[in-house]
Design a binder for this molecule. Sequence first.
Ligand code: PEP
Length: 229
Amino acid sequence: MIFAANFKMNHTRTTTRDYIEVLNKKLATKKPEEKVYIFPPTTALDRYEGEITVGAQNAYPANNGAFTGEIGLEQLEEFGIKTILIGHSERRDILGETQEKVAEKFAFFKEEGFEIIYCIGESLSIRESGDDAVMSHLLSQFEGIDLTYDNLIVAYEPIWAIGTGRSATAKEIEITHAMLRTKVSAPLLYGGSVNPDNIGEITAIDNVDGVLVGSASLDAERFASMILS
Ligand code: PEP
């Protein structure tokens, strides 16, 4: 099972270090097949002790150059970062990343051999239009994306479930992941208001290979309890 924590614009360099220390201690007894990822803010990227994989929430698809406010491959390489989130709905919808830009990032970091957690998800109005509308939207977010890439993980994150406290139902997750499974053989994560109370039910669903967690991952003990549950 895969457990990924997306800190978004939360935590600092100091608190990320403390967090990882606590998590490492708590996870000393975790099963080796449980794979844990942390995506801290850019200022907290570093080489950390332990088995947790640290990834970038975002980066620009270039080695370096005149891209004010961005970081690129050179800045990630300094800390040995080889994992990246691409296509998160907050980057698409709040920060204006088009599918074309998302696909460009994907191609660049694929070429560099990064492990890519590629996020897709529909709005509430699309969800309310039914499964066919959901699937056609999700497929549109695969445009320009190499689904056969070996180092790919796909995260299905319905936008209406992110940060709202309202997770998709087990049935909705099951149906959507089953549809996605017919298109992609990569591990499939679910994300959207996963918490200690619902993680057991969610990870038991067919074709759910792990979870991407925002709010409930911000406290190390709470996130550890989800991994160990
Ligand atoms: C996310 O943004 O990736 C996410 C899943 O957030 P939350 O767990 O807070 O819904």
